[in-house]
Design a protein around this ligand. Structure first.
Ligand code: CA
Length: 362
């Protein structure tokens, strides 16, 4: 606790010394940014691991700028081995190819657990929080996808739903290794955020060290383009994410789009080989007093298609939803109070996430 207190004290001193830093005129003037200039930046993360304080601070500045202005960034040289990422995709591919009955035995059951297999049409992601609106959407236009959710393996209350080693010998070990890899990267990105906000670099460490994340494998089967383009129908409807940040690993099919909050138009986040898409979730936006943007995004019919059949190509993606510890109290970060003070009451991470997840699934 003394570490946290001293970090906060440190941050408070820094923010007093530079009161204009977090609310720079540059940020405000972006209110008019056109679609032409709305770009998800590609940030080279490797210098953050160098010994040079100046190089680290430059990465931190870029990350914080991207999260303030766009809510999204691509990172390259992120330290996650590309061959390993391909292995994870391969295991995911084999999982979704298992017989439906095998997958159904692993069904997702409870938002507190948030684990298991979700078949097509069960989840409807939306930016609405009205239960009636969500129910209606789910009935009229279910998302065309299936997914598999994996949580903290050592959770005392909830168990992951693993296929047997008989049908998927390497699935569990590969996914657990990937889970740990993404957890480590999450801590590093949080350190860059802390540094960029003028906090102690390790500010978030004790608040996000318990691996309370969700790894989601996604399979978007080929689907009739006509069906997909029907009004209200999308591969994943416009939504924001719930947690701190999300890592998205895309295949080359594409379809992810990010909303320019100024024009409300959706801009493609084209797959860039070797990069990870990183976006701000609602909880981090709230933590930052909305200095960071949790930007609406969706997955639509990809531009590439098999014209002869009228079906879209199959798409795979892997999302890693990062969270603070369940027990972390999220309240306005030091230095983010602005002129009007905190906009939100404090909230316990677990309460916030369970409430959001309960609204999404039936
Ligand atoms: Ca998302």
């Amino acid at each position: 606790m003394s570490f946290v207190r001293s970090a906060m004290h440190n941050a408070a001193c820094i923010s007093r010394a530079h009161p204009s830093r977090l609310f720079s005129p540059n940020f405000r003037s972006l209110a008019t940014v056109s679609d032409q200039h709305f770009r998800v930046p590609v940030i080279d993360f490797a210098p953050f691991w160098s010994d040079s304080e100046g190089m680290k601070k430059e990465v931190a500045r870029q990350v914080v700028d991207a999260f303030k202005n766009i809510g999204f960034m691509y990172i390259k040289n992120h330290g996650v081995d590309e061959v390993f990422v391909q292995e994870v995709f391969h295991e995911s591919d084999k999982f979704f190819a298992l017989p439906q009955a095998v997958k159904d035995e692993l069904a997702w059951k409870d938002p507190r657990a948030n684990r298991g297999y979700v078949k097509q049409g069960r989840e409807r992601v939306t930016d609405s929080t009205d239960p009636e609106v969500i129910k209606k959407l789910r009935e009229t236009s279910p998302d065309v996808k299936e997914s598999m959710e994996i949580g903290l393996e050592t959770d005392p209350a909830w168990k992951n739903h693993w296929p047997s080693t008989g049908v998927a010998p390497d699935f569990r070990s590969t996914m657990l290794k990937f889970y740990d890899t993404c957890h480590t990267l999450h801590l590093d990105v949080l350190r860059s955020i802390a540094m960029g906000l003028g906090l102690n670099e390790r500010f978030f460490d004790p608040l996000a060290d318990q691996k309370c994340h969700t790894l989601r494998l996604l399979n978007y089967p080929p689907v009739s383009r006509k069906l997909l383009e029907k009004e209200g129908q999308a591969r994943a409807g416009a939504h924001s994410d719930y947690g701190s940040i999300t890592f998205v690993f895309q295949d080359d099919v594409g379809g992810l789009q990010v909303q320019n909050p100024h024009t409300k138009n959706f801009i493609s986040a084209t797959p860039i080989p070797g990069t990870i898409v990183v976006n701000v979730g609602d909880l981090l936006a709230r933590w930052s007093n909305d200095i960071f943007r949790s930007t609406l995004h969706r997955v639509v019919s990809p531009t590439r298609s098999d014209a002869a059949s009228g079906f879209t190509p199959r798409r795979q993606s892997i999302a890693f939803f990062c969270n603070p510890n369940w027990t972390t109290m999220v309240e306005c970060l030091p230095g983010c109070e602005g002129l009007n003070g905190p906009k939100y009451p404090k909230v316990l991470t677990e309460d916030y996430l369970v409430q959001r997840l309960s609204q999404t699934y039936d």
